[in-house]
Design a protein around this ligand. Structure first.
Ligand code: 5GP
Length: 113
C-alpha cells in the first residue's frame, strides 16, 4: 500500500513542488508551522530515518546537501531555519516515509515541545 508521499511522488496526489531531482522531491507542507515549511523526501520509500540502511548512505548525504539549496531557493538560507526529522510515535512521525522538515521565515523557539 503506497504511502501518501509515494502518491505525491507519483503525482497521484497534488502538491506544491519546489524542487525535484532523480533522488528526491521537496514540496510545501499542507499544514505549515512557519511562513516557510517544506518537506524534503527521498523518492526511495525509506519508512523513517532510523530504518535507513548502509546502502542509503549516499542518498542520506544527498538529502542533507540539498537542504541548503532548497532553503536558499525559499529565501530562508541567510535568515536561518530549522531542519527536523520526526522518527516514530514519540517523535511525532505521522507519515511513514522519511521526510526532512525545513522550517523558517520566523524566529523558532527552542527547545521544541
Ligand atoms: P510528520 O508529522 O510525519 O513529521 O510530518 C508529516 C507532515 O506531512 C506534516 O507536517 C503534515 O502537515 C504533512 N502532510 C500531511 N498530509 C499532507 C499532504 O497531503 N500534502 C502535503 N503537502 N503535506 C502533508
Amino acid at each position: 500500500m503506497p504511502t501518501l508521499f509515494e502518491k505525491i511522488i507519483a503525482r497521484e496526489i497534488p502538491a506544491d513542488i519546489v524542487y525535484e531531482d532523480d533522488l528526491c522531491l521537496a514540496f510545501n507542507d499542507i499544514g505549515p508551522q512557519a511562513p516557510v515549511h517544506i518537506l524534503l523526501i527521498p523518492k526511495k520509500p525509506i519508512p523513517r530515518v532510523a530504518a535507513a540502511e548502509s546502502e542509503d548512505q549516499a542518498l542520506l548525504g544527498h538529502l542533507l546537501l540539498k537542504v541548503g539549496e532548497v532553503a536558499e531557493s525559499a529565501g530562508i538560507k541567510e535568515s536561518g531555519f530549522r531542519v527536523v526529522i520526526n522518527n516514530g510515535e514519540n517523535g511525532g512521525e505521522t507519515v511513514p516515509h522519511m521526510h526532512i522538515h525545513l522550517l523558517g521565515g520566523r524566529p523558532l523557539q527552542w527547545p521544541p515541545g
